[in-house]
Design a protein around this ligand. Structure first.
Ligand SMILES: [Zn+2]
Ligand SMILES: [Zn+2]
Length: 340
């Protein structure tokens, strides 16, 4: 089969290779991959040096496909249209596993993170990670259920939102736009903070009905002062920078909530965290998702409560991965789907 693999530890050493198809084993199945989304994490990974022990490695963790091989099972069969959680294995012993929040298991291995992912013809996943997708959800949309679950976890599990709350979302990438859509199910007062140069993303945000846009470039303008101590809940979906978190600290009301989804990635040196104390803010991280969240999100997409179609900018063949990676890096599209 073909697989897009990291073949050296140095950054950007990625190429399509002919490799053996993964072998099915007890408790696992083989999925014929149909659609995979390119995630910011795949790009970050692409730009980072990897430990040599990890090479060769196939990225890709947002995907949908068709069951190709599976042991006799009363829930799934060959030919079923499915999505898979990103979890490959957990310890099943720690407190998180016992409480069924196995996404927080310290020993967790991830598909497309610590084991081979979906930028390939086939991917091996545990049967326990599978979810059926209804016919009304296309494979391309289904590939985006993973980031949808990330947003659901932040909004429905890790924050408390009343219908009169003012909400601010920092960042309008895939996670920002999905978080905004999740928030809309709870409150109608939603502001998005983005860069003026993010034309494509702004267009999508507006087409999804989000009209209240604030711009990073205008943060020093005097009319932005009114947003200090203004928002009940702030979601920071931006990764790799710290100034968005400083915005969150300024704009959240005393006793308000900040939910952090975008990784600092070590870039958190210029933070002034005293506001957490002075304003008595609740800061909550939100990471990944679990079985229940996946089932909820599939229902929300099926019932058209969440629009994934508008987020997909382009669909391309896996063999054109290089152009697509560049288009994501250059912020040409919010989300690109690669077809295997
Ligand atoms: Zn992702
Ligand atoms: Zn565990």
């Amino acid at each position: 089969m073909k697989a897009l693999q990291r073949y050296q530890a140095e950054p950007k050493k990625l190429k399509i290779f002919e490799v053996p198809k993964p072998k099915v084993q007890k408790g696992f199945c083989i999925i014929k991959v149909v659609s995979s989304g390119i995630c910011g994490r795949d790009i970050e990974h692409h730009n980072t040096r990897l430990p040599i022990s990890k090479i060769p490695f196939t990225p890709g963790h947002e995907f949908s496909g068709i069951i190709d091989e599976i042991e006799k099972n009363n829930k799934f069969k060959v030919g079923d249209r499915v999505v898979s959680e990103t979890v490959y294995s957990v310890c099943n012993k720690c407190k998180s596993c016992k409480k069924n929040i196995y996404n927080l298991c310290p020993k967790r291995k991830n598909i497309g993170g610590s084991v081979n992912g979906s930028f390939a013809d086939f991917v091996k996943v545990p049967i326990s990670s599978l979810h059926l997708i209804p016919k009304s959800i296309s494979h391309d949309e289904a590939a985006l259920i993973e980031p949808t679950c990330v947003a659901y976890n932040a909004v429905f599990m890790n924050s408390k939102i009343n219908s009169n709350y003012k909400i601010l979302i920092l960042g309008i990438g895939t996670i920002g736009l999905l978080t905004a859509q999740m928030c809309k199910l709870k409150s109608q007062n939603i502001h998005l903070l983005c860069l003026k140069s993010e034309f494509n993303k702004i267009k999508i945000a507006k087409s999804l009905g989000f009209k209240k846009l604030l711009f990073f470039e205008d943060l020093d303008n005097s009319d932005y002062i009114k947003y200090n101590n203004y928002f009940d809940v702030v979601f920071d979906t931006v990764g790799g920078v710290s100034n968005t978190f400083n915005c969150a600290l300024s704009y959240v009301i005393p006793n308000g909530q900040i939910i952090k989804l975008g990784w600092f990635m070590g870039k958190n040196k210029e933070l002034n965290l005293d506001a957490i104390i002075r304003k008595s803010i609740s800061v909550k991280g939100s990471f990944s998702h679990n079985f229940k969240i996946w089932e909820k999100c599939i229902k929300l997409v099926k019932n058209k409560k969440i629009n994934l179609r508008k987020i997909i900018g382009r669909v391309d063949d896996l063999k054109n991965w290089k152009n697509s990676f560049n288009d994501v890096i250059n912020k040409k599209y919010v989300k690109i789907i690669l077809r295997s």
